[in-house]
Write a protein that binds this ligand. Structure first.
Ligand SMILES: Cc1cc2nc3c(=O)[nH]c(=O)nc-3n(C[C@H](O)[C@H](O)[C@H](O)COP(=O)(O)OP(=O)(O)OC[C@H]3O[C@@H](n4cnc5c(N)ncnc54)[C@H](O)[C@@H]3O)c2cc1C
Length: 416
């Protein structure tokens, strides 16, 4: 293969995880005579962090110093503080007295960093196959012109992130979609004859979608269907929040599965099916205010399950069963938004020989340094940057350890 097409590191996907790695590589290359030749391949046409989930007024669920660099190198020029400084908003941001930026601002920060980085990133390039051959790894991807290209790397770092999770019984359509694509999908709905939306789920995304419809569609009824009795507040109190600290990854990795499962069950409301308490209070306040003026718009279909769901020409027909009474009601809405969570993007499809690697269900086994483990227990040169929750803990699908993990992966690569 043409030597120009051989790299020390190829990153698959260029979201925050691999963006943080590209920053770590760039900073390393500045100081080292032994420069790393790296390339990142991203299937999207440009850098854009969840563009269809940028609901107005939604905030980050994580403190801004857990940015792309600070926890690894607070002196980095890629910190959120330096972004604010360069944008001329540092004093204004500090006057907000908040650790939690608006999501649109954090997305802009990520884009700013992605545009600043000097390491090459090839957009509109979807990796289709990763194949280990001897000490090198062959990658195939579809380029911008939809033509297959092949490159070779000593190390591959997969940062493909999360994919939307839909309930198996629900068939997506024009009027039925996951909240991941909400802003784009809504544009495709031509008419809102019933002036009603249903939201399935009871987590942070579901709650954000409620307030989105409340403010953007002032005449619309909003029905939220969930099996819990109420919305569960997310726990971000300091002792529990320590579960996201970079040092905890060592403890989590070293312990046994029984302990991990126990701690996961104790602390899942730090991240799963839980809503920021201020947002819960805001929604309750809106619902109460509407009851005063006799204009009920927010309907909490709590302790309920969706038993039927069918998309028609101009509506979605729903059957909702109340768990208390076991009675069902039928409801015709204009759209159904499934705020039903995310799961790690499966890698089995792009590994040309998945049977060579150790998997636990769909989750690959990885070393502490995030290398995929081969069946013979050896560490491969394919790294997984993110989505290693069962072995590395809660922080792995979030931004919490993004900067530190990038440094750990880089250290592992350079110490080989
Ligand atoms: C709406 C939303 C809000 C969130 N808010 C927060 C928050 O406030 N705080 C927090 O800590 N976490 C949050 N998260 C969690 C989220 O996982 C992380 O914030 C972060 O995006 C993880 O970065 P990543 O690079 O690992 O994955 P992603 O951001 O998902 O990026 C993966 C990238 O890989 C690309 N890709 C996938 N497959 C291929 C392929 N075959 N070839 C080439 N490219 C590919 C994708 O196009 C994508 O750009 C949020 C998630 C969502 C969905």
């Amino acid at each position: 293969m043409n030597v120009e097409k051989q790299y020390d590191v190829v990153g698959v996907g260029f979201g925050p995880s691999n963006l943080a790695l590209s920053i770590a590589i760039e900073e390393y290359n500045r100081l080292s005579s032994n420069k790393i030749k790296a390339l990142f391949l991203e299937s999207k046409s440009d850098f854009n962090w969840y563009p269809d989930m940028m609901l107005p007024d939604s905030n980050m669920q994580i403190a801004f110093p857990k940015d792309l660099a600070t926890f690894r190198n607070p002196k980095s020029e890629y910190t959120f503080f330096n972004y604010l400084f360069e944008k001329g908003r540092l004093p204004d941001f500090v006057n907000l007295k908040s650790f939690y930026p608006f999501r649109v601002e954090f997305a802009d920060y990520l884009k700013w960093a992605a545009e600043k980085i000097q390491i090459p990133v090839q957009y509109s390039s979807k990796v289709t196959t990763i194949k280990q051959s001897d000490n090198l790894i062959d990658l195939s991807y579809m380029n911008r012109a939809n033509v297959q290209e092949n490159i070779r790397a000593k190390n591959v770092v997969i940062g493909m992130g999360l994919s939307p999770k839909m309930p198996q019984s629900i068939q997506p359509g024009v009027r039925i979609f996951h909240n991941r694509s909400i802003l784009d999908s809504i544009k495709r709905v031509k008419d809102f004859k019933h002036n009603k939306v249903a939201i399935l789920g009871a987590g942070q995304s579901a709650a954000e979608v409620i307030t989105y419809f409340y403010s953007e569609f002032p005449e619309m009824e909003i029905h939220t269907i969930f099996s819990r009795f109420g919305l569960t507040p997310s726990d971000s109190t300091p002792y529990n929040n320590q579960i996201f600290d970079p040092e905890i990854v060592n403890d989590w990795y070293a312990t046994n599965q029984e302990t991990r499962d126990l701690l996961f069950n104790y602390h899942k409301t730090t991240n799963y099916s839980a809503v920021d308490e201020d947002l819960i209070n805001k929604i309750y306040g809106l619902q109460y205010k509407d009851s005063v003026i006799n204009k009920k718009r927010i309907y909490m279909e709590n302790a309920s399950v969706l038993t039927e769901c069918e998309e028609k020409q101009d509506s979605v027909h729903l059957k909702i069963k109340d768990l208390f009474t076991q009675n069902s009601q039928e409801l015709d809405v204009d759209i159904l938004v499934c705020a039903t969570g995310f799961a790690p993007t499966s890698m089995k499809n792009i590994l040309s020989q998945p049977e060579d690697y150790s998997f636990n269900g769909d989750s690959p086994q990885v070393t502490r340094n995030y290398q995929l483990e081969l069946k013979n227990n050896e560490a491969s040169s394919i790294y997984l940057n993110g989505c290693t929750e069962s072995s590395h803990g809660f922080s792995s699908t979030l931004l919490s350890v993004t900067a530190v993990r990038a440094g750990e992966i880089l250290n592992s690569i350079i110490s080989k």
